[in-house]
Each structure stands twice: as structure tokens, then as C-alpha cells.
Write a protein that binds this ligand. Structure first.
Ligand SMILES: [Zn+2]
Length: 269
């Protein structure tokens, strides 16, 4: 089992990672070496006046994330190249609790705007997980799946105070679809994600409660069966978990139930 000691900084003076060492807090979301012309959109009320940059270590993961997400969104959802990403909460120093936000190593993702989608939020739970809008909900899960490939700490809409944005940070490397860490919020977020996938892609009759018990375990196994991923082991293998996340992105951006695409376990007999 992958483990991680989650230890967010309690001040902005984390050696080497301080605001002043990064300098510009009014820089684009992507650094100057990023060629694509989209920019950071102010993330509204939780931003509290700070227009954020992010720490290079977090930016590197965001770079990988958005390229990966764009690939799946384009191929399976025909959404086009991302216009802009709305984020907030990086380099905020008003917080009273330890947080990777203090050092620019966490961001709150609020909007993703694609040219071929109207009014896309894609990170906003009340909007994107509405029971009457399964297409949006599946796209929300596709975005979450792509985040989970690169960030070990992802908080989704079901976690208190996070209903309208994804929180991602640098606190842990990308982990498995199990209870791997020391943070209750992160554990619940992973369980919510898996349960949500089982419900939205395989009509699982389970309770969405963030508690990983036998029902979730069985529903997850059923989902893996339908995807023909039962020959893989996403609970113990990071590469197999990433493969599962690929399939969440494929079905999520395509707005299909699980089984529309299936893995080939095969190999020569
Ligand atoms: Zn946050």
C-alpha cells in the first residue's frame, strides 16, 4: 500500500518555497514557457483578492494534468483545446490552519472553459453533479480522474467546504484507490470518487457516503468487470489504477455507461 505523511505548512516561509522566492503573484496560470494562449481566470469569492501564481512543483503537475485531460476531452468529447482554467486560493496567507495553499503548492480549480462546450464549469459540484444532468456529472468525473493521475490529494464536491471546486495539492504523490493516507478528508474523497464512478457509469445501487466498505468494494469489482479490467489490480498497482482512470476519462467525456469501451486483457494463449 502506498503511504504518505500529509504535512501541510503552517506558515508561508517554507524554505525555498516562500512567496517572495517565487515573486510574481500576478503571473499567468501557465509559466512563460507554456505556449498555449490561455490564462488564469480569477476564481471568485474564495480567492479574496489574490490573483495567484503557483509554485513550479505544482505547476509541473498541472502542466501534465491539463495536457492529459485535453487529450481525452478532445478525442472522446470533441471539446477542443482548453480556453482557460479558473483557479484560486494559491499563495493565500490569511488561512489559520496549515495548508499547502500558503506556499503555492495547492490550488482550487473552479472552472474549465472549452471552446466547444457552453457554460462549462466542470469543477463545480452543485452545477456539474446535478441529478438531471448525467452528461455533466460524467464529465466532472472525467476531470477528477485526470487530476487523480497526478495529485495524491484531491478533494471533490462531497467534502465540506469544497462543493464548488476541486482542491489539489502537492502533499502526497498520486495514490491508489484505497485508504492509503493519514487524512480522513482525502480518504473520504477517494471513496466518494469510486462510489460516484460506480453509480454514474454502472448504475450501482450503493450509498454515496464516502465510506469504503464491502458494498463499495463489490461495486468497484463489478465496474472493473464491465470494463474488462478485472485482470488488472487498481487497488495495488498505480499503473493499473491509472489505466482505470483512463477508462473513467474515456466514458466520462464520451458520456457513456461503462462497457462502451473495454480493455483487452488478452495476450497470446
Ligand atoms: Zn484548497
Amino acid at each position: 500500500m502506498a503511504t504518505c505523511t500529509y504535512n501541510p505548512p503552517n506558515s508561508n516561509s517554507n524554505p525555498g518555497n516562500s512567496v517572495s522566492s517565487i515573486g510574481n503573484t500576478n503571473a499567468p496560470f501557465r509559466g512563460t514557457d507554456w505556449s498555449k494562449p490561455y490564462f488564469c481566470q480569477n476564481g471568485s469569492w474564495f480567492l479574496e483578492g489574490v490573483f495567484p501564481n503557483v509554485h513550479p512543483t505544482a505547476e509541473a503537475k498541472l502542466d501534465l494534468w491539463i495536457d492529459n485531460m485535453e487529450y481525452f476531452a478532445n478525442i472522446f468529447g470533441s471539446l477542443g483545446t482548453v480556453n482557460w482554467v479558473g483557479q484560486g486560493g494559491s499563495f493565500v496567507d490569511h488561512r489559520t490552519t496549515p495548508s499547502y495553499h500558503r506556499t503555492g503548492e495547492a490550488i482550487d480549480l473552479k472552472f474549465i472553459k472549452w471552446p466547444n462546450a457552453k457554460n462549462t464549469k466542470a469543477c463545480n459540484g452543485p452545477y456539474d453533479t446535478s441529478p438531471s444532468k448525467p452528461k455533466r456529472h460524467r464529465r466532472y468525473l472525467a476531470v477528477e480522474a485526470s487530476l487523480r493521475k497526478y495529485f495524491g490529494y484531491v478533494l471533490n464536491t462531497y467534502i465540506p467546504d469544497h462543493d464548488n471546486h476541486f482542491h489539489v495539492d502537492n502533499g502526497c504523490p498520486a495514490g491508489l484507490a484505497i485508504n492509503w493516507g493519514s487524512s480522513l478528508r482525502q480518504y473520504k474523497s477517494v471513496a466518494y470518487f469510486i462510489q460516484d464512478c460506480c453509480i454514474m457509469f454502472n448504475n450501482a445501487s450503493i450509498t454515496l457516503d464516502g465510506i469504503w466498505g464491502s458494498q463499495t468494494d463489490n461495486a468497484f469489482d463489478d465496474l472493473l468487470d464491465v470494463l474488462n479490467l478485472d485482470c488488472t489490480d487498481p487497488k495495488n498497482s498505480l499503473s493499473d489504477y491509472r489505466l482505470f482512470l483512463d477508462y473513467v476519462q474515456m466514458h466520462g467525456f464520451k458520456n457513456k455507461l461503462a462497457g462502451y469501451y473495454t480493455y483487452s486483457c488478452g495476450g497470446p494463449l
